[in-house]
Design a protein around this ligand. Structure first.
Ligand SMILES: N[C@@H](CCC(=O)N[C@@H](CS)C(=O)NCC(=O)O)C(=O)O
Length: 215
């Protein structure tokens, strides 16, 4: 076992378990629970990486500055694992598909997650929260419309084949379905969610990671 995944319940790290299953790389899961009041990660995660966030992986077969190599940030972990698997599920060979692959890999955390997170955080503020959250929804809707159109002429984000870009896009779209109005009015995106959830590797990752609220 060379990869240890520091997996926070109901979080972005579910994607890493799924990718490891798709790539058939053996791994061990260290599961952490959120603080019930604040929803933050427990302090133990800071002992693995100073940011104390999830996902973080340790590759015990590779050495960093001190001890096993530690990698944080979902996109960086995904690229690391794809490289480690000799490019499996990485950028397609067709130029346009390769550019789309890179785009979605960055877009998931760089553009789509921020308004979803802001909405989640402000909606928890008593009184004004719901009104502020409503002002953010049009911004999210524009993203969801863009995603819906992008999935209208091919089944996967980087074209005709499933890639790690689909893994990267899973968490924001699962979160959007759960709390930001993604529903059957965007059928391409819902069909994509159903396709990813039907993948055997996705199901194995669920079993490995424990309860996950967004599947
Ligand atoms: N952009 C980072 C975000 C990491 C992040 O914020 N992770 C959340 C889980 S979804 C977390 O650890 N939250 C708990 C906390 O901030 O204490 C990534 O994709 O890895």
């Amino acid at each position: 076992m060379t990869i240890i995944v520091h997996h926070l319940e109901n979080s972005r790290s579910q994607r890493i378990l799924w990718l490891l299953e798709e790539l058939e790389i053996a791994y061990e899961v260290k599961r952490y629970e959120r603080n019930k009041a604040t929803m933050l990660a427990p302090p133990e995660l800071r002992r693995v990486h100073p940011l104390g966030k999830s996902p973080v992986i340790e590759d015990t077969a590779a050495h960093g500055a001190i001890g096993p190599r530690v990698i944080a940030e979902t996109g960086a972990i995904i690229e690391y694992l794809v490289d480690r698997a000799d490019g499996k599920l990485g950028a397609p060979s067709k130029r346009d598909d390769a550019l789309a692959y890179r785009f979605w890999l960055h877009y998931a955390e760089g553009s789509l997650m921020p308004p979803l997170l802001v909405k989640l955080v402000v909606s928890r503020i008593p009184l004004l929260g719901k009104r502020v959250a409503a002002r953010i929804q049009p911004m999210i809707d524009r993203h969801l419309d863009y995603v819906e159109t992008s999935l209208s002429d091919h089944p996967w984000f980087a074209g005709d084949s499933f890639t790690a870009a689909d893994v990267m896009m899973s968490f924001p779209l699962e979160a959007a379905r759960s709390r930001a109005g993604l529903d059957a009015s965007r059928p391409n995106t819902i069909a994509w969610l159903e396709r990813i959830h039907a993948r055997p590797a996705y199901q194995r990752a669920l079993a490995a990671g424990g309860p996950y609220a967004y599947a």
